[in-house]
Design a protein around this ligand. Sequence first.
Ligand SMILES: [Zn+2]
Length: 481
Amino acid sequence: MIRHHHRALALALLLTAPATAAAQDAMTVLNAAVKAMRLENVTTIRYTATGSAYAIGQSFTPGGPYPRSAMTFVRDFDIDGFTVRQEFVNTRVERRGGGLPNRVGAETRQVQYASRNSGWPQHVFMWLNPPGFVKEAMKHNPTLTTERVGGRAFRVITVRVQDRYTLRGFFNDEDLLERVDTALDNNPVLGDPPLDAVFTGYRDFGGILFPSRIVHHLGLQPSFDFEIASVTPNAAVETTPPAGAGGAAGGGAVTVTSQTIANGVHYLTGGTHHSVAVEFSDHVAVIDAPLGEARSLAVIAEVRRLAPNKPIRHLINTHHHFDHSNGLRTYAAEGATVVTHPRNAAFYQQWWSTMPVLLRDRLVESGRTARFETVDERRVLSDGMRTLEVHVVQDTTHVEGMLILYLPSEKLLVEADLFTPPAPGAAPAQNAPGNDPLAAELVQNIERLDLDVERVVPLHGPGVASRADLDRAAGTTAAGR
Ligand SMILES: [Zn+2]
């Protein structure tokens, strides 16, 4: 009888063995890591670092490295409560590329905060350090597999978070976490961009083992790269959000204000980034799709109101920087053709060739494939009603493949990022008047192309500017004109 009972039990164990054993093995791996890193009694850490931060989506070349800033931070991480608060200082060191601060030497200070309730792009960063991954994975039904990477065998712990996001942690044969990978869901240009963190140079910091260098990659480019200066286990960390945090997560209402600046030419403002709609006899071309789908839908609705019977046939994308291209896919879903530089088109097509899983947007729902038309030097869109010239900017430090738009009958120039007039009474956004290098580059291009510009329509800033405003910023005050 006893024997029989044992056999039944053994059979039951055998039937349930794979899942149970894998879960136990996963916990064994995580417990071994806690022991190897001496984290048994560690509930908080404070660490400081110096290194580089990169302006994501602001590359000089589409698909190229993001512009670098020098960075330091002090980070308070409550491992058990799962909150992080950091004081972050960065200083722009590269001239080429976009992003703020745009000027070399300009310093930005921020206090940043995240908790389990934060959106994934913030929340995920708490998983991208070894104590955070190891201890939090234990609470998320970890599973274990093995994988060979670069000829070495790793035990891979996989967890699902919020039933949506997958994280994998790679443990080496010393029970140390060498790498975590996952993906983000907030980037329409890159779809579901891969995000990873690589941990090297483990050594003793204040009694625990911690990597001395951490590198993050987002969309296959470095996004952070830092050396750890100090680690204080069980520090009295700050766990409360900074004053004013929580409201800045992009949840604000989208407003679009339209102003008709010439017959059939509409300036669509109402936020930090603007668009321009240009009517042709039977269709409309829209210039720039900034910020994301919500903004695109609001701009499209306004264009429909202004020109009810004219479909949007073209979306002209000035350049690939994500703040100017995050709304492109919405227009593609509407059937508009994206007009851009060939390098930008290749970049978008490369990332959009994979159907995203995390990103759900109109283009995914439409089942359409985005269509592109490219301009490598100059192109004229014209019909009986309208002529719109598309030109490629040369010799700018901002970005490769930048388009500017010129309406010869109206003497209007539409441009992004090269000249942003200051708000009335405010300091110039980038540089002192007469010393704005991007504005000077724009003036050189206007002269090279022999464009007769009366008004400049900037895709940032307080409104339409005059040619004299541009010359004042550029320091090219119009002597001889
Ligand atoms: Zn830009």
